[in-house]
Design a protein around this ligand. Sequence first.
Ligand code: AMP
Length: 434
Amino acid sequence: MPRFQAPRGTRDLLPQERSAFLRLEGLARELATRYGFQPIETPLFEQAAVYERGVGEITDVVEKELFRVQAGRGEDERERWALRPEPTAGIVRAYIQHGMRTWSQPVRLTLSGPMFRYDRPQAGRYRQFWQFDVEAIGDAGPAIDAEIIELALEFFSAAGLRDVQLLLNSIGDQACRPAYIEALRAHFGAHAAALPELEQARLETNPLRLLDSKDERMAPLIATAPVMTDHLCAACRVHFEALLAHLDALAIEARLSPRLVRGLDYYTRTAFEFYRLGAEGQQQALGGGGRYDGLVEVLGGQPTPGIGFGIGLDRVVLALAEQDGAPSAEPWKPVVVVVGADPEDTVIRLRVASQLRSAGLDCWPDVSTRRLGKQLEGAAKAGAHFAVICGDELEAGIVQLKDLEAGTQRQVAASDLARELLRAQAQHRHGEEG
Ligand code: AMP
């Protein structure tokens, strides 16, 4: 076993898998742009308090999964850092810091990148994972809620993932949630002695969290718990019903899921998750999101509504592989490798490769001083379609073009070479898209 390995719960994305991620990130960027969301990048770490306050102290993400970073002397509040477990709190921190409330509202932002949670690693659950995230800050909905949900569903569809189900709930607001939380406390309190230890503590501190407990012993109690939708105040009910009407108008089917609460504290009203059909019970959401009308204020800004979602790219890649029985993207292969008849003459290969790249070809030269036969073997192993063989004839304006796939070889005028190869490359790219 090698001495050093990627840390537990992380993995290297080797070229084939990385290509699958890049394809999804590309789709995400395109789609977000089409919906008017602009790219933002925030630091991979923030003051820990951004998450403690933003996500909530009594949540799995902060209590158990926050990746705290020891930096500096750690005495000063400003030196307590944590790697970002999710993007919303950092984006909202940036919204406040840069005075985005003076911009045209809602501010539509998107980010794709790695998140970190010190979770127990298992299939589809990593300590570093990637999210495609979208946030619309400064609009109370419900139309924007429906638009954001449509965008998420469009992403799954563009990625080629079928049978994605939308689970939807309203989790109320400051006006109606307290009474609901008391109802939950009464329900679970009647079984307090039977609750696992962590859940017993949460019964006191944050009973809402009991609804997304990962402990299997909780399932029967959760199934009989009171539901928020029976406790919504008039304003929250109107919002929820209007959201359903907007979704209906967009022909989006939602499965009402009255015990869906999401793992983070900052959500209000709209809460949703996406699952593959039949995989709802497996804690393997493809993505989720919701409205967070209190978050900007919690982080020190003016009261400002917001809504967003995060889609787990790792899980989308896994789901696609499961659905199609094959990786969802091929690794990049060179169309052309430039090889040379004279093992020592690497200059000629560099020069020809450089010219071909200037003409728009994907290619590299064999930079070794091995014999021609070995160079050709290397080109074939790398998956190149063509090898351009440079030799003395180049002085007379001629090279040999070897089709490694067909096993044929012919002479080509150096002046025609780029044009011929570009045609082949276009066919390659076309073939990959189809
Ligand atoms: P959450 O904010 O926890 O709902 O996360 C949003 C999405 O990110 C989830 O639906 C998953 O697709 C993905 N996700 C969350 N945690 C992990 C993890 N530990 N490993 C892989 N993907 C994750």
